[in-house]
Every structure is written in structure tokens, then in C-alpha cells.
Design a protein around this ligand. Structure first.
Ligand code: C2G
Length: 155
């Protein structure tokens, strides 16, 4: 039996996450996914929009995911690999090389990311819909309009 392992935040779950998990599920017989806790994310300088409980429940519900673990620390990977007898550790290629030191306990692979989508982009799009941001834009537009009228009166 081939066991595959990966980790991630999986915030605002999107097609890039799904495509990765589908590829991982096809690589073996059992897929384990470590989902970053809110506290661990804070350590990464990331604040996820969706809580750990909800992110973990979404990942657990995906066909092909057999087990979800909380990812509490960078250093837990080696212990997880040994405890769960992982054969292949896989991450998206934005992590290429970062986990090669685990190659003494399992195969380490990096798969191409899905281009054109990321939780960060989705958050940025949501921010532009934020009422506070819209008010800022309206204020800036008002200032620009007054400046243009002022210069038009001068010409
Ligand atoms: N991913 C992808 N395509 C995207 C976006 C993400 O293939 N368009 C992959 C990433 O490469 C990663 C996984 O999906 O392997 C999860 O991505 P994130 O939720 O952004 O996780 P990250 O913040 O990279 O945390 O210890 C490892 C960390 O927990 C990984």
C-alpha cells in the first residue's frame, strides 16, 4: 500500500487545491493531508479567512482524502512520515527543494502548481469589494474630480 502525504493551509479552497489533491490521490492508495492550524498560520504570517475546523472539514470531505492531520509546526513532518509510514511526500512546486531533507525517510516530490488561482488573489479580489475600500476609492475619485475642475478653470 502506497501512502502519500502533503500539507497546506487550504484557505478559501479553490481549484488549485483540488487539482493537487486529485493528483496526490492518484499517486497512491492512501492520502494524508496536514492542514495548517490557525496558530501555525499566524507563525507563517498568514491569517486565513476560513477557520481551521472548517478548512479541515472541507479537505476531509474530498474524495481520495483518507486522513486529515493538524499541522502545528514545521518540524512535525518527519515524525508524521514515520508514524504513518508515508511512502511519498508531495508539495506544489512553489516549495521545490524546501523539503529535500526528508528524502532519507520517504520519496519527496514537487508537482506543478495550477496557474491563475491562489487564496491570496481571491482575498485581494474580496478586499476590493470591501465597503471601506470602496469608500476610500470614492474619496480619491472626488479629490481627482476637484483637481481636474481646478485645472480646467485655469486653462
Ligand atoms: N497549490 C497549487 N496550485 C495553486 C495553489 C496552491 O498546487 N494554484 C498547492 C501548493 O503548492 C501547496 C498546496 O496547494 O502544495 C496548499 O497550498 P496553500 O494552502 O497555499 O499552503 P501553503 O501556504 O503553501 O502551506 O508545511 C507546508 C505548508 O503548510 C504549506
Amino acid at each position: 500500500m502506497t501512502t502519500v502525504l502533503t500539507y497546506g493551509t487550504f484557505d478559501l479552497f479553490h481549484i488549485g487545491h483540488l487539482r493537487l489533491i486529485e493528483r496526490l490521490a492518484a499517486m497512491g492508495d492512501r492520502l494524508i493531508v496536514g492542514v495548517s492550524t490557525d496558530e501555525f498560520n499566524a507563525g507563517k504570517g498568514k491569517k486565513s479567512v476560513v477557520s481551521y475546523d472548517d478548512r479541515a472539514a472541507i479537505v476531509q470531505a474530498i474524495k481520495g482524502v483518507d486522513l486529515v492531520l493538524p499541522e502545528r509546526a514545521w518540524e512535525q513532518k518527519r515524525a508524521d512520515i514515520i508514524e504513518h509510514e508515508v511512502d511519498v511526500f508531495v508539495m506544489g512546486d512553489d516549495w521545490t527543494g524546501k523539503f529535500d531533507e526528508l528524502s532519507d525517510v520517504c520519496e519527496v516530490r514537487y508537482l506543478p502548481r495550477t496557474s491563475g488561482v491562489s487564496s491570496t488573489d481571491i482575498k485581494e479580489m474580496l478586499r476590493t469589494l470591501d465597503p471601506v475600500h470602496i469608500e476610500e476609492m470614492q474619496t480619491a475619485l472626488g479629490t481627482l474630480t476637484r483637481l481636474l475642475e481646478h485645472y480646467r478653470d485655469l486653462t
